[in-house]
Design a protein around this ligand. Structure first.
Ligand code: AMP
Ligand code: ZN
Length: 519
């Protein structure tokens, strides 16, 4: 089936074809986290949408090589300025860890970390990110378990970054300014602004973002951005032809994407993803650096950007205290599978509103699918007269996803099919050539994109804080009371479950339960 994707570069939906259609190989670079702090659910919305895209590509038969960087260098507290101003964020993170260490609030498995060592701070947050991503089912983690270079760290690529800067200076795309800083010259690259719409003219007139008055005096153009900053006092520094210092933060992705994915294609890759804020300046600058060093007209052929997540209708902000991490939600009783579904169920190009109510609904939905899966597993050797509803629905499920990842459409198709699995459809009634094993396979294929049922299974196995057996006994007791129309007893049992922190819902396929998640 043909996959259609919206491409930020062309600003329209396009048919996806990889660079080498015969090989079925897709190269995919996902902008990853900065490892100066724990990733929050907004970050994970971006990473999970990239994961869904990767899973859809695999479902339709592509072999995806995905790389996701762990940014451990290059970000300053004043990132909006293009000159590397402000304090190194890694240093700020170290100070925060030091305070947490003194207060005794570091996780017990953090071990002995030295918060003054930026590499140790980065290690701490990389470890936390990998653990969260594993819980949320990001497929890149399993790849990186086997090939750690698929989750590269820019501090290990500084030599290649220096080579790239040298090449850009050689080709007159970069210059050393009077302040000793190396800048990329945006006027040397006529396509600058094609991705984001922020052309040098617009930036000069102030439309393209903040411009620092101090550096404006030394730069050829206000939009010129920093490639190397000599600063011997900096916490992370490397020798270079322009003095000891550090690289600009856009360099890393150009270098690592080309090294790990674009070696055989002169630096051209198929897909590059990130959050909407990455479009400018980050991705615009990546394109400029890469194309000016490869001479190609493209860096990534398709640009995939996820719109931001807001929380309970409000922008995420430190002051509102709504910067939830995965662990914050798990501590409130959510399951990783519910968090995953809640973060992917809104179309990636629409703003997503995270709510605790939505999280509870996601859990209910997963419980319903999980019950269906268990039922299909139990009955998988039974036969059917005709293809079962899930088997029949699979093409429509895939078609929805191939329509620019219409995930809510796909979930709707799954739910319609699931609701046809009622008791009337019981296996004893049919003796045909189709089997419930095919139904199970169709459900598993759908879940290969949603990625929640496997997570759900592993979560319930490790669920030590709920007494699953007791919950199921109470549900049976309530159902018995309902059958004998003893509504008082049914309500009493429901209340007992609520007191245990368990919500129940009656569906055509039976009663499902979920942990009540409170805000
Ligand atoms: P950072 O670690 O700040 O560089 O962010 C990592 C990724 O998360 C980037 O691709 C951002 O675009 C993305 N991101 C940050 N905040 C949000 C949000 N509220 N919603 C969706 N994506 C976000
Ligand atoms: Zn990047």
């Amino acid at each position: 089936m043909t996959l259609r994707l919206y491409n930020t570069l062309t600003k329209k939906e396009e048919e996806f074809t990889p660079l080498d259609p015969e090989s079925k190989r897709v190269t995919f670079y996902a902008c990853g986290p900065t490892v100066y702090d724990y990733a929050h659910i907004g970050n994970f919305r971006s990473f999970l949408n990239a994961d869904v895209l990767r899973r859809v590509l695999e479902l339709v038969g592509y072999d995806v090589k995905q790389v996701m960087n762990m940014t451990d260098v290059g970000h300053m507290t004043d990132d909006e300025l293009a000159d590397g101003a402000g304090q190194d964020k890694m240093q700020v993170a170290g100070q925060r860890l030091l305070e947490a260490k003194k207060a005794g609030t570091l996780p017990t498995d953090a071990g002995e970390i030295d918060p003054t060592d930026p590499y140790a701070v980065a290690d701490f947050y990389v470890h936390a990110f990998i653990e969260d991503s594993r819980k949320l089912g990001l497929k890149i983690i399993a790849d990186a378990d086997k090939q750690p270079e698929l989750m590269p760290r820019p501090t290990r690529y500084v030599e290649q970054m220096i080579k790239l800067v040298e090449k850009l200076i050689e080709n007159d795309h970069a210059y050393v300014a009077s302040d000793g800083v190396v800048y990329f010259s945006v006027q040397s690259y006529p396509a600058y602004g094609e991705l984001s719409g922020n052309t040098p003219d617009k930036i000069r007139s102030g439309e393209g973002g903040r411009v620092d008055e101090k550096t404006q005096l030394v730069k050829k153009h206000p939009a010129d951005f920093m490639l190397w900053k000599p600063d011997a006092s900096h916490v992370m520094k490397w020798p270079s032809p322009w003095g000891e210092g550090y690289p600009g933060w856009h360099l890393e992705c150009s270098v690592m994407a080309v090294s790990l994915l674009g070696q055989e294609t002169n630096g051209v890759i198929d897909i590059h993803s990130g959050g909407e804020d990455n479009i400018f300046p980050h991705h615009e600058c990546e394109v400029a650096q890469t194309c000016c060093s490869t001479g190609e007209s493209h860096f990534a052929r398709y640009w995939f950007h996820t719109r931001f997540l807001i929380v309970e209708n409000q922008k995420m902000s430190k002051s509102k205290g709504n910067f939830y991490t995965l662990n914050d939600l798990l501590a409130k009783g959510a399951s990783p599978a519910a968090v995953r579904l809640e973060l992917i169920k809104t179309h990636y190009r629409s703003q997503s509103n995270f709510t605790f109510r939505g999280l509870t609904d996601s859990q209910r939905q997963i419980d319903r699918w999980a019950r269906l899966k268990t039922w299909l597993e139990t009955n998988k050797n039974e036969s059917l007269n005709q293809p079962g509803p899930l088997t029949a629905a699979l093409p429509a499920f895939i078609a929805a996803l191939c329509n620019d990842l219409n995930i809510s459409g796909a979930i709707g198709v799954l739910n319609d099919a699931a609701s046809k699995h009622d008791v009337a459809n019981s296996p004893e009634n049919s003796k045909g050539k189709f089997t419930y094993a095919a139904e199970l396979d169709a459900l598993n294929q759908m879940d290969s994109v949603l990625g929640v049922l496997d997570l759900q299974q592993s979560a319930s196995l490790s669920d030590t804080d709920v007494d699953v057996k007791r919950i199921e006994e109470l549900i049976e007791k309530r159902n018995a009371a309902r059958s004998s129309k003893d509504w008082k007893e049914a309500d009493r049992v429901r209340d007992e479950l609520v007191d245990m922190g368990i919500a129940i819902k009656d569906n055509p396929t039976g009663t499902t339960w979920s942990k009540i998640v409170s805000s």
